[in-house]
Design a protein. Structure first.
Length: 478
């Protein structure tokens, strides 16, 4: 899939380009156009003009129908989306087939359905002393779109996380300018093709490619014509975007990084906890913001847990590369740092050798560490790779203290067979979502987001619809 901008209903690739690299073998896959400030201006202008056209007066039914056409278009091009996502990210094909593409189509369908389930609130107010009318007023609330929404999506789950924001933004009647990661432009371009074929009015959806700081991302998030920003990515980038948005007091919704804890109690089903931790720490080679990098295990089962976990990790074969050479080098630098800080490398800790084209790619070994103090940088800083540090605890209070001793607060996991402990511990963990005896399982209607350095705001279900629209109160004297 050739990467192109999509601005005002027109595909274009003007300007200089940069290479798209295959993370599996380091080969060049193609060229990506770098959006200039002028291209970004054109995209925002097209989006603003579309608000005054047919989209601005479209009914909820018409918007829902448009979202369903997009969902159908994604499904019709299922194999193309899978191939593009695998090529850009290097992840196993099964992941794209079962998660990325189905969830992308599902996001559009889900928000088409949610439009019909939103309650409207109305209140009758008694106002004694009025000389006319009934002495009553009817107050009711309607919601209107924010306007032009900038969506900045990351490279780890590019299609899923972009549609997670685009679908509710469009459902609420906004127009969108998407800036995907420069590392993963292909499915965004394919989505623009689908939206074009679905017949959405020109300018309702726009796509610009390019880098972040000093480039397309900064041009977009600081643009005076943007009315809201929805971003998923690392915390430092979120802070930079917030500074950019502050000049125009632009509302933001951020889902940022995490250094997520898991608590394994001695009464847990240990095999289930090991299986769950393999998933939560090593899915997509640890390149998911929800992945578990800190594992705390009650001391009586600590050694057994570490032994079983290391054994399972050594058996992992079908894992993908890091997204880039730069990110591979970052993860490997943390492996070296862990040793310098005194870690025991139970398994992994380096770069694998395959003896085939993958040796030109950006792979690192799935790694299990133990023995570090809580003050170690390896324990405190987000690595975003296939690695976890396992440490013991002795009491429930200590487990909570360890879990909460982090600048991040995105997700956590508890492994226990005690229902009372689960209910007691879960609300005390300082994260936006807590899983008990599972991981990454969630009803899409529930709120999603982090606390502390892991984000601001909530997305998912009606929470997304609330962010992407603003309430207007209407008061009528009766």
């Amino acid at each position: 899939m050739k990467a192109e901008h999509y601005v005002g209903g027109v595909f274009r690739s003007d300007g200089r380009t940069f290479p798209l690299i295959d993370p599996v073998n380091g080969a060049e896959l193609g060229a990506v156009p770098e959006a200039t400030r002028g291209v970004v201006d054109d995209a925002v202008s097209a989006a603003r003009a579309a608000l005054k056209g047919p989209w601005g007066t479209a009914s909820a039914e018409e918007r829902a129908a448009a979202l369903r056409r997009v969902a159908d278009g994604v499904q019709a091009r299922f194999e193309e989306f899978v191939a593009a996502e695998v090529a850009d990210t290097g992840r196993p094909r099964a992941f794209a087939e079962t998660v990325d593409v189905p969830r992308a189509a599902g996001n559009f369908r889900a928000y088409a359905d949610l439009l019909y389930g939103r309650p409207e609130r109305a209140y009758t107010t008694q106002v004694p002393g009025w000389s006319t009318g009934t002495g009553q007023a009817l107050n009711y609330t309607v919601r209107r779109p924010l306007g032009v929404v900038a969506v900045i999506s990351p490279w780890n789950l590019p299609l899923l996380l972009s549609t997670w924001k685009i679908a509710p933004a469009l459902a609420c009647g906004n127009t969108v300018v998407l800036k995907p990661s420069e590392e993963t432009p292909s499915t965004a371009t394919l989505l623009a093709r689908v939206i074009d074929e679905a017949g959405l009015p020109e300018g309702v959806f726009n796509l610009v490619h390019g880098h972040g700081a000093g480039a397309a991302g900064e041009f977009l998030t600081g643009h005076p014509g943007v009315d809201a920003i929805a971003f998923t990515g690392e915390s430092a980038t979120g802070a930079a975007i917030m500074r950019n948005a502050a000049e125009h007091v632009t509302p933001v919704s951020f889902e940022l990084g995490g250094k997520n804890p898991a608590l394994v109690f001695a009464d847990a089903d240990l095999d289930a906890a090991v299986d769950g931790t393999v998933r939560s720490a090593f899915t997509h080679s640890g390149q998911i913001c929800l992945c578990t990098e800190r594992v705390y295990v009650e001391r009586p089962v600590f050694d057994e847990f570490v032994g079983k976990l290391a054994g399972r990790v050594r058996e992992l074969e079908d894992y993908g590369p890091m997204i880039s050479a730069e990110h591979r080098d970052k993860v490997l630098s943390y492996y070296r740092l862990a040793r310098e800080e005194g870690a025991t490398v139970v398994t992994g800790g380096g770069a694998p050798a395959f003896g085939d084209e993958r040796d030109g790619g950006f792979y690192v070994e799935p790694t299990v560490l133990t023995g570090l103090p809580e003050s170690a940088r390896t324990v405190r800083e987000e690595i975003f790779g296939p690695v976890c540090h396992v440490a013991p605890f002795d009491t429930e209070d200590e487990a909570l203290r360890l879990a909460n001793d982090s600048p991040y607060g995105l997700a956590s996991t508890i492994w226990t067979t005690s229902l009372s402990r689960a209910h007691r511990v879960a609300p005390r963990i300082e994260t936006g979502i807590v899983w008990v005896n599972c991981w990454n399982l969630r009803d899409l209607r529930t709120p999603f987001g982090g606390v502390k350095a892991s984000g601001i705001g909530r997305e998912g279900g009606e929470y997304s619809l609330d962010f992407f629209s603003e309430p207007v109160n209407v008061c009528i004297q009766i």
